[in-house]
Write a new protein. Sequence first.
Length: 310
Amino acid sequence: MKRSATVALTALAPISWGSTYAVATELLPPDRPLFTGVMRALPAGLLLTALARTLPKGQWWWKSAVLGILNIGAFFPLLFLSAYRLPGGVAAVLGAAGPLFVVGLAALVLGERASLRTVLAAVVGAFGVSMVVLTAEARLDAVGVVAGVISSASMGAGTVMTKRWGRPEGVGPLAMTGWQLTAGGLFIIPVAALVEGAPPALDGKAFLGYGYMMLINTGIAYWLWFRGIGALSATSVTLLGPLSPLTAAVIGWAALGQALSPVQLVGMAIAFGATVAGQLAAARTPRSFSSTEKNDQNISMDLTDGAVRR
């Protein structure tokens, strides 16, 4: 598959995540973010694992658990804590700064040397998002800021380590996604029980909302995300992150009647332009290969050499 098609498919993940706020506020029970995290992750993880019909083996039990905690189990609760303690705009900006974590970690762990254009794209993208979501009334809360920063760092580390470890031989992204979502959902359960108590009563709207969250917003979206990490550089994938708050702003305008000011429209154009520029810059940067890609590459070279010898 061409790189542009892979980028487009991977971009569907953050675009889908941009619908989370609208679905949560319109369909789901209020004040149950951790229960929502469990309902998003665990059923989707079990479903994908069943479809893949593959369980982890050996060291992949603990590796899947680590990745699941970084990408899901720790990320979701910290993200929700940040959202509750901060105005939505501030929390979104902290999330939009996630690509900067990945740029730094990818350089240290993967040897991916980010160009100046890539770094500028990450900074400008975060600035554009801030124009869309920040308001003059925004106030900072220390706990919320720390939670937001750690949540971005957690998913950034998860993205880089997902790239670093690759996949076991013969295992596709569907199984890897299922393992991580299951591990992450199981990690959240005791936290949700301690903080929120018993699950709430669910009506038809809630079942519809959770069904969408589980299948589209989490199962398919994270499968596309982890598939993209396997095919693209970690930096290239994370630079698609600003599409999430931009999508949320568009849905708020189109479906929830929220107005968009000229400053927000300019910010959207800046953030989208930075996302495109970041992909162009990442495409020109030589990237490292995960263990899975190296194995695939070696197999391909062996087959080619064998054909030449024959």
